[in-house]
Design a protein around this ligand. Structure first.
Ligand SMILES: [Zn+2]
Ligand SMILES: [Zn+2]
Length: 227
């Protein structure tokens, strides 16, 4: 077996403190799971059997497995899944409705996908840690040391915020971060259009990445799983 290749989508998200803390925890948990799993599928017939019976993962995480596995390990993982479908389709031939509903119900989506469950649990744990660390009173907008959050996880944090002051702290913090990135984006655009590339700072070069992280969350945390 070749060494697992680090998935390109799990790369650094920009300067320290900018990637969403909850997305980051989810990304680590899912990548760890997939790396362990890819290894287990390569060496264990029992794991391959279980993988086939569960029909693998949801489409998003199935493709993510592609980021980690080499063609041999992917073939070993996918063979039992494809074989399970061959058997299922054969059994459907004589079903009154040709079993269309049984395809839908066998496809692993969200809770039926182990990686989605891992992502959801890691997100919930990271969110709980973050909420537990919030200061008990409003810091008047001065606090700038807290974790960054993408908008989806900011909404989740606000829904669970223990106090009004905690919610205000979260909002003040993220508003300041977004304001900062808006300034960096606009300075980048201005300098590019004025042909002053040499004056573009490091933070301005990377502003688009921070903007994407802020509005869309980490790229690896997909398909709405994990809250
Ligand atoms: Zn996030
Ligand atoms: Zn999934």
């Amino acid at each position: 077996m070749s060494e697992p290749v680090p998935p390109p989508m799990a790369g650094p998200a920009g300067p320290e403190g900018w990637a969403c803390a909850v997305c980051g925890a989810q990304r680590r948990a899912v990548i760890d799971l997939l790396i362990q799993w890819q290894h287990a599928l390569t060496i264990s017939e029992a794991e391959r059997q279980t993988f086939g019976e569960s029909r693998g993962l949801c489409p998003f995480h199935m493709w993510l497995l592609r980021q980690i596995g080499d063609p041999l390990s992917l073939s070993k993982a996918l063979a039992p899944v494809v074989n399970a479908w061959v058997i299922q389709l054969r059994e459907m031939r004589d079903a009154p409705d040709h079993g269309a509903a049984s395809i839908r119900s066998a496809l692993p989506e969200q809770d039926a996908c182990r990686a989605c469950r891992t992502q959801r649990d890691a997100g919930a744990a990271a969110l709980a840690r973050l909420l537990a660390e919030l200061p008990p009173r409003d810091m008047g907008g001065e606090r700038r040391s807290g974790a960054a959050l993408c908008l989806r996880h900011l909404a989740a944090a606000l829904r669970s915020a223990p106090t009004r002051a905690a919610a205000r702290t979260l909002l003040t913090e993220q508003e300041a971060r977004l304001e900062e990135v808006a300034g960096q984006l606009s300075r980048y655009i201005e300098k590019r259009e004025a042909l002053r590339r040499d004056q573009i700072g490091e933070d301005e070069h990377e502003a688009w990445r921070r903007a994407l992280e802020a509005v869309a969350g980490a790229r690896i945390v997909g398909n709405g799983a994990g809250g």
